[in-house]
Design a protein around this ligand. Sequence first.
Ligand code: NAD
Length: 476
Amino acid sequence: MKPLLIGGDRVTTSHVVPNVNPSDTEDVIDSHAQAGRAEAQQAIAAAAEAAPGWAMSGPQERHDILHRAGAEVLAREEELGRLLAREEGKILPEAMAEVRRAGNILLFQAGEALRQYGEAIPSVRPGVLVEVTRAPVGVVGIITPWNYPIAIPAWKIAPALAHGNTVVFKPAELVPGSAWELCDILHRAGLPDGVLNLVTGPGSVVGQEILDDPRVAAVSFTGSQQTGHRVAAASLPHGRRVQLEMGGKNPLVVLDDADLDRAVGIALDGAFFSTGQRCTASSRLIVTEAIHDRFVSALAERVAALRVGDALDPATEIGPVVDSIQLQQDVDYIAIARAQGGTLRAGGELLRCSRPGHYLSPALITETTPQMRINREEVFGPVASVIRVRDYDEALAVANDTEFGLTAGICTQSLKYASDFKRKAQAGMVMVNLPTAGVDYHVPFGGSKGSSFGPREQGRQAVEFFTTIKTAYTAP
Ligand code: NAD
């Protein structure tokens, strides 16, 4: 049984829940203590108590702790990858890549702890010196989704700690194992008690308690748009800063001049890898007329050939859907798309594998129009739809015809269209001849429009959310 981590103590509770493997629902990986309101309050109190000390800690100490933790994560890549694949369902190579990413984020942000520069500016008043420095925000609440069980927690927790904040971390209910390992590693790397607190439990209880507590100065959230809006609304009365990374309905435009094989590979990866459960997944494939039929035929063939199965089976290309609720949502959206006139060109069937799991063959739906629900609402599964358009101008208009704006991609050999798309696509991240999913860890991550709110995550820009600027004036 894995406990909570509060004030440096491993805390057990009477209520525990099993961590179930979506590839084999008879496989219980572990059980995890569940926090309630009381434990959430204790965690916030511990973080508040530790905040002044950690804010005054030196950059070397913060660097060394994050560096040690990053090195351990990287050294345990396969073991942690197996746990991640087992609890979330992405295949082992993807899970190991995610663990590597988390380790590299810790190392990068360790360096950021050393790069906390300020500015010294002559005042307009003679003899007065102005100093602009950054200070920690205080207690940060971190609330994460299930689809990146270790990378998303790492990319929020590492900069929060590097910049001198203390943390109350509530991971998604479905993936407590990776969250525990990350916190245990950071704690053993030398964090003082109370600097990082783990409260595993339901969002409506533990998450809500974090939102309701005025001691929490900032909340960094990734998850659905619905919950994100709740986080923002609950934070407003406290005047709390919030960072929200939410859903996507990411377009991949394929133009007539695209290299067909390459475009098909990019669409296959962007739409279906990691079981399509990526906020950056290409869920709308917007294809111009002259290449449409060839692209759809080739993609349908590749989709039908994808091997779905146990995440730990080396032959598997697509793991299971994360749980029965998400599976039902995927199946419902396929039915809605068909009812509204879409054609199920490949997949979309519930599969039986050797073990009981949430298996769905990746679904490709063609003959869809921009107004259909399948092209407006996030499915968050291995489901992609194709929209046929006349030309680049219509493709761009359709790509931008969404409330979301996380990523957008284009496959073309035309410098003119690639350049225009980079400029005009309404998205925080734009990909040319690359899948919409798959981003670097050392550069900013985030979206525009309804996908994101607040400063960017990752890279050097992470400093914006996790610090506040102080301007000091000194007269001789
Ligand atoms: P979710 O919104 O259901 O849950 C996210 C987190 O919020 C969980 O930890 C949950 O317990 C918590 N939560 C739920 N209710 C709460 C409440 N009342 N108060 C406080 N916390 C609460 O999302 P999910 O199903 O875990 O994740 C899938 C979603 O995440 C998708 O919409 C996906 O697009 C999005 N996502 C976005 C990004 C991004 O960077 N934009 C990355 C990954 C996932």
